[in-house]
Design a protein around this ligand. Structure first.
Ligand SMILES: C[S@@+](CC[C@H](N)C(=O)[O-])C[C@H]1O[C@@H](n2cnc3c(N)ncnc32)[C@H](O)[C@@H]1O
Length: 324
């Protein structure tokens, strides 16, 4: 337990160097660097902490961990335990600062009303937790360094954000000076949530489009909004029925290359641990497909995501289109 608390302390110091940030991976047991805790991740979202376990967790362990987290982090008022078994995720316990432990009933597990507004900040930008939590919470902490890259490289650029979810990349792009962003995601509710996230940051919605399209069947419609200077592609790793990384990523990579302006950048993300860095490069097969894109390198891992095998952590690769 002491090891977890020490890791949380160290990570918070690092995140605080990036300006107001109260959303992050506090503890990454899944990376395999902490003996005995390979099945445990802990994320901070403002006043709420989610302990995510991939095995059954004893009530006593969760209670003790929650108390330590609340002692250490005065901003936190609520700790949840979410368990994930395969595709199934459920909130099992909550631990409130004033009320202590509560076993959640099955209805509460799918929808939870937070006492506050469920907001949190990364690098001074504001976001909201999803009202109805399913497996995920409305914001992915693993792509912190990719958002940082977008913030620093978007000035004057036209951006396409594929698999936009709640539009986090779009908000960073506009904050970084992008002239316009096109967000595409087949889930309209998530895009609406993304719209609220933009408004929370007083961003001009005339610069932002929200296209509720299934991507693979909408390439020509998406192309009409281009050309783009940066294309971000961050698909799901576990939603095989909606996007299959092994079968469809290369096709998307080729099509996207045709939508880029000269010198434009394609950011290809893949967070499936089952696919290594080398396998991902092979899947994209950029050298053999005639895309005129050249590989520039990999964006650094987010520092609190300690991985025993770096090949399997988040792969965020940069490709640049040569001048024609
Ligand atoms: C892992 S999330 C993307 C995270 C996001 N890039 C971010 O920065 O927060 C996956 C998203 O892809 C969307 N999605 C999955 N398959 C899709 C498809 N074929 N067409 C459009 N959207 C899709 C889902 O609705 C979901 O919002």
């Amino acid at each position: 337990m002491q090891e977890i608390i020490k890791e949380i302390e160290d990570n918070l110091v690092k995140y605080n160097q990036f300006g107001k940030s109260d959303v992050c991976r506090l503890f990454h047991g899944r990376g395999g660097c902490f003996e005995g805790y390979q099945h445990l991740n802990i994320d901070l979202f403002g006043e709420v902490v989610f302990v995510v376990a991939f095995v059954r967790v004893e009530q006593g362990f969760f209670e003790k961990l929650s108390k330590s987290i609340l002692d250490q982090l005065p901003v936190v008022n609520l700790v949840f335990l979410q368990t994930r078994f395969g595709e199934r995720a459920s909130l099992v316990y909550s631990y409130k600062r004033d009320l202590g432990l509560e076993l959640l009933n099955p209805d509460t597990r799918v929808s939870y009303n937070f006492s506050g507004d469920g907001s949190f900040y990364e690098q001074g930008l504001k976001f909201f937790l999803l009202k109805n939590i399913d497996q995920n919470f409305g914001f992915f902490t693993d792509t912190f360094m990719v958002r940082d890259y977008i913030l620093k490289n978007s000035d004057g650029k036209r951006i396409l954000n594929l698999f936009a979810y709640t539009c986090a990349f779009s908000i960073f792009a506009i904050a970084g000076g992008a002239t316009n962003v096109v967000n595409v995601d087949m889930n309209k509710n998530l895009l609406n949530h993304g719209k609220q996230n933009h408004l929370a940051n007083n961003q001009d919605l005339r610069k932002v489009s929200f296209l509720p399209y299934p991507i693979m069947r909408s390439i020509s419609r998406i192309r009409k909004y281009g050309p783009y200077d940066i294309i971000i592609c961050d698909p799901p790793s576990a939603q095989k029925s909606s996007f299959n990384i092994k079968k469809e990523y290369q096709k998307l990579f080729r099509s996207a290359a045709g939508m880029l302006a000269d010198n434009g950048v394609f950011v290809a993300c893949c967070n499936a641990p089952s696919i290594t860095y080398s396998e991902f490069l092979e899947i994209l097969d950029h050298s053999s497909c005639n895309t005129s894109l050249s590989y520039e390198g990999r964006i650094d891992q987010t520092f609190s995501y300690k991985e025993r095998d770096l090949e399997r952590g988040l792969k965020a690769l940069i490709f640049r289109k040569k001048q024609s």
